[in-house]
Design a protein around this ligand. Structure first.
Ligand code: URA
Length: 214
């Protein structure tokens, strides 16, 4: 597994505003959207392209276009939805599949409660959107789900990551043949006893959408 912390002053600037407890939901959504687009630029460095011949007003030439099958963008419900538009801005022709994962707040274990994805993901590059890589349980389960269906290249885009989550992801994905990259705006200090990232930004879903009951 490769972890890429995007080191850019604009990323740090937007992340600082996102972390601020005084940032309201509408501003949080806008900042998350902008931040994802910056992260997506780095995350799509390996997106597969194929040669494509065109004619400019001046001469024929050869460029590239996105290869087939198209990349698959997979937001993890609920908070990953807040990252979808920012990602699709860079990959408007990608397909979108949805994965609903819930974390048991006592055991911190993740399970799938909904999915809308093709049965066959053979040869697909998947971009998983999950704002908080905290314990790593949700992301590990999501990556297993996608590789079990044949995805052969996974990039996870996370606003924030914790060292404990990255270590668990490494452990749980050990032996997986599929390359996995995590792209994040920052590697924070640690998790607290409730599984929240410190200093973090709080509950990403609540901050995006307001507090909703189960
Ligand atoms: N999920 C969140 O939304 N925030 C955290 O800090 C950890 C998990």
């Amino acid at each position: 597994m490769r972890t890429h912390v995007v080191d850019h002053p604009l990323v740090a600037h937007k992340l600082t505003a996102l972390r601020d407890v005084d940032t309201d939901s509408p501003t949080f959504r806008r900042l998350a959207d902008e931040l994802v687009t910056l992260l997506a630029y780095e995350a799509t460095r390996d997106v597969r392209v194929e040669q494509h011949g065109i004619t400019t007003p001046v001469a024929p030439t050869t460029g590239v276009r996105l290869a087939h099958p198209k990349p698959m963008v997979v937001p993890i419900l609920r908070a990953g939805l807040g990252m979808l538009e920012g990602m699709m801005r860079l990959l408007p022709t990608a397909e979108v599949g949805f994965l609903g994962m819930v974390r048991n707040e006592e055991t911190l274990e993740a399970s799938t409660y909904a999915e809308r994805l093709p049965e066959d993901l053979a040869g697909r590059q998947c971009y998983v959107l999950d704002p908080m890589l905290a314990t790593g349980g949700t992301l590990a389960a999501a990556i297993r789900f996608l590789t079990d269906r044949g995805a052969d290249h996974i990039t996870a885009i996370c606003l924030l990551a914790a060292p404990e989550g990255c270590e668990r992801l490494e452990r749980e994905l050990e032996g997986l043949e599929v390359p996995v990259t995590v792209v994040t705006a920052a590697m924070d200090e640690r998790l607290n006893e409730k599984g929240y990232i410190v200093p973090g930004l709080g509950d990403a879903g609540d901050r995006l959408y307001g507090v909703a009951g189960n």
